[in-house]
Design a protein around this ligand. Structure first.
Ligand code: ADP
Length: 417
């Protein structure tokens, strides 16, 4: 059913305006308010005020827009909109509004022309016959305004955080650069010191060896013992110095391999030969097993010698006198790899420390208990060298039972060597 009485229309319209928090004012051609409908009190006018008042008094936000108002009155402009502005309500809360001004069709006040012909304060041009004033709509959009405010605030906070992040990044980059510089200095220092130490050490060792050969005269037992201590000490120092040099090379990615297709079995036998006297002195047995018809491995001879020596040396070092050591070379389970395994019956590695093994300078409890000398560099370098060859290193160990270290090397087949 549609209401047919004008009073009904008005009541419905007022209810809609209130529901949507909308108000409107209609002016004459001189911009004086003629009609006002403000069910939600958006204009915030004292009771009885508004009618007959200039438009700019009830909507001061229009001050500064007088030229546009004149254009509206003249019928040359269709709408004037102020998207978002705020007012402080009496309770101090901020409310947000949207305002729309449109020309008032002449038919609305029943007159056709003259309204505009009287000189309006801000309407020097007479209104066209179809425009007899202005209709102003005011809408309370506080919920949108608040969301926009919050968005704006979040946006600004994000900008601030981005700015802080940028600063932090820049500081981090500077700190990184500083760290790199320090690492370079340390590396250069270690490398220079190691180089400087190596030559005199080698000379000392050479003289000790020469005297032990008795080419310069026979030695008594005490002299021989002293010279052996001197030679062994020089050997240990040389090993540490060489490891430090390798470490600086690895850190600076300056370790270069000279790869060839090599017989890994031959290499393993050669390392074993070199170690035999040492193992015999500790009454340790060494069994070497090389599978037959093995393909060649792609490796750097000197570096593989170093890898296997390190594994054998550790096996001997961490195995008490009388223990057994096995060195075997064969095919790995994976298609294109060879496998070298060094097994011992030594002190093993405690289960709770196994995940740290191979970290720089790490030594397990069992090593310290055994009073075996070392600095925790060898395994780190060994693993790095194996990885440089494209291989892997892993181990299994049980405290008090022994350890098994395994490394793989790539087969040379198909690699062009
Ligand atoms: P170093 O022998 O100089 O201490 P490494 O880097 O060669 O240094 O070895 C690191 C640690 O790994 C050793 O201190 C020892 O605790 C442990 N380790 C290595 N090989 C063995 C092994 N065969 N048996 C028991 N522990 C081992």
């Amino acid at each position: 059913m549609t209401p047919d009485r004008p009073a009904d229309h008005l009541a419905i319209l007022t209810a809609i305006l209130e529901e949507r928090t909308l108000a409107y004012a209609v002016t004459d051609g001189r911009l004086r308010v003629e009609q006002l409908c403000d069910p939600a009190d958006l204009f915030c006018l004292p009771a009885g005020r508004g009618l007959g008042q200039p438009l700019l008094e009830i909507a001061p936000e229009l001050i500064g827009h007088e030229a546009a108002l004149d254009e509206l009155l003249a019928g040359r402009l269709d709408r004037l909109q102020i998207q978002l502005f705020s007012r402080s309500a009496e309770d101090g809360a901020t409310r947000y509004y949207r305002l729309l001004a449109r020309p008032r069709p002449a038919a609305l006040n029943g007159s056709t022309a003259a309204a505009g012909s009287e000189t309006a304060a801000h309407a020097p041009q007479p209104a066209t016959p179809r425009t007899s004033g202005i209709i102003l709509f005011l809408e309370d959009i506080t919920f949108i305004g608040e969301i926009q405010q919050r968005l704006m605030q979040s946006h600004n906070e994000l900008l601030l955080q981005a700015d802080a992040l940028n600063w932090a990044n820049r500081e981090l980059a500077a700190a990184n650069q500083e760290l790199r510089k320090l690492a370079d200095i340390r590396s250069t220092f270690v490398s220079m010191a190691a180089h400087e130490l190596r030559t005199p050490l080698a000379v000392m060792r050479g003289y000790a060896e020469m005297l032990l050969d008795e080419t310069q005269g026979a030695l008594n037992d005490a002299q021989r013992e002293s010279l052996e201590t001197l030679r062994n000490g020089s050997d240990r120092l040389l090993e540490i110095v060489n490891n430090l040099l390798d470490l600086t090379r690895l850190e600076a990615s300056r370790m270069e391999l000279v790869l060839h297709a090599l017989d890994l079995g031959d290499l393993a036998r050669a390392v074993a030969r070199e170690f035999r006297p040492l193992l015999e002195a500790k009454q340790q047995s060494l069994a070497v097993a090389v599978a037959s018809d093995l393909p060649a491995a792609l490796c750097d001879e000197a570096r593989v010698f170093q890898i296997l020596s390190n594994l054998l040396s550790n096996a001997s070092k961490y195995t008490p006198a009388g223990g057994r050591i096995e060195l075997s070379v064969g095919l790995a389970d994976t298609a294109d790899e060879l496998l070298v395994v060094v097994r011992d019956t030594g002190v093993g590695i405690p289960a709770d420390q196994q995940d740290q093994l191979g970290a720089l300078f790490f030594r397990a409890r069992t090593a310290n208990q055994m009073d075996a000398r070392g600095v925790g560099l060898g395994l780190y370098i060994t693993r790095s060298l194996v990885q440089l060859h494209g291989g892997r290193l892993w181990f299994e160990s049980q405290e008090g039972q022994g350890s098994t270290f395994a490394v793989t090397f790539l087969q040379a087949d198909g690699s062009g060597y």
